[in-house]
Design a binder for this molecule. Structure first.
Ligand code: AMP
Length: 282
């Protein structure tokens, strides 16, 4: 496995594969890798000849009061993990390599679906994601790109601009990897105190209860209210609990497939999760 830190170096490493028309798979990450990330790499390994994983903590997707400076950076450990799951090339550029030292004047704003859910709490976040992912797509030029359904809204935003801008690759969504107790794996789980780590799986339990209630015929609004009550009683400060269609359209009743979304804080740590509930076939 190679590690490249420059765009030029990455191109030099990838050019032979491109010339041989090998299928290139790409997994963008911010590092501090866990099984959730590694499962994306395993999916890429199944479908592609060459697997590239980027590790880049992207400053422009963090708000001024967010954790850009303190975000865990563990490159050496990440390299070991990636070598074990068969990654071919790690791309770990510096901020300067990605953004240069001239001002960036171009933005990519995906309307409507970014003014919702996490986009309301994190203004500019998805623009920052769209810009860095587009830059990485242009740098790596993959055939397939892999993203986790853990960040469901991010995946929807990426699918949208790939379609709108005719970016020539296929986006693959990979199911959420969870700890044994149901907590969705996240680099931010490491911020939780032992006490809060024990409370955190309540999010997934609440989503599962909500699914059971929906399937038993409880009204959607009541199900969402119950989730709020449970999470608040467990000690969470809820950012939002919402239901959307898989395309992120508003939905008032459970009359089609629905995705339940939760963002909630435990102490200073903001956790997100979601669960898709299939509408029962008649
Ligand atoms: P991040 O490093 O947090 O930017 O995540 C990089 C990629 O890994 C994104 O596509 C995430 O959706 C995905 N990812 C992170 N955690 C999980 C998880 N628990 N299950 C599945 N995918 C995940």
């Amino acid at each position: 496995m190679k590690t490249e830190t420059t765009i030029q170096g990455l191109s030099a490493s990838l050019n032979p594969a491109r010339a041989a028309r090998k299928i290139i798979g790409f997994v963008p990450t911010m590092g501090n890798l866990h099984e959730g990330h590694l499962n994306l790499v395993r999916e890429a390994r199944k479908l592609c000849d060459v697997v590239v994983v980027s590790i880049f903590v992207n400053p422009i997707q963090f708000g001024p009061n967010e954790d850009f400076d303190s975000y865990p950076r563990t490159l050496e450990q990440d390299q070991h993990l990636l070598a074990e799951v068969g990654c071919d090339i790690v791309f770990a550029p510096t901020v300067e390599q990605m953004y240069g030292n001239k001002p960036r004047l171009t933005n990519i704003a995906v309307s409507d679906i970014t003014n919702d859910l996490c986009g309301l709490q994190r203004p500019g976040h998805f623009d920052g994601v769209a810009v860095v992912v587009t830059k990485l797509f242009n740098i790596v030029q993959p055939n397939f790109a892999f993203f986790g359904q853990k960040d469901f809204q991010q995946l929807a935003v990426i699918r949208q601009f790939v379609r709108d801008l005719n970016i020539p690759l296929e986006v693959i969504g990979v199911p959420i990897t969870r700890a044994e107790d149901g907590l969705a794996l996240s680099s931010r789980n490491g911020y939780l105190s032992a006490e809060n780590r024990a409370i955190a799986p309540t999010i997934y339990k609440t989503l599962q209860t909500a699914e059971a209630e929906l399937l038993a015929g409880t009204a959607l609004a009541e199900v969402l209210a119950n989730m709020n009550t449970t999470l608040t009683a467990a000690g969470f400060v809820v950012d939002y609990i919402e239901a959307r269609t898989p395309e992120l359209q508003k939905i008032e009743q459970f009359d089609q497939d629905v995705v339940l979304f939760v963002a909630a804080k435990l102490g200073a740590t903001r956790l997100i999760d979601n669960l898709q509930v299939k509408y029962p076939a008649a």
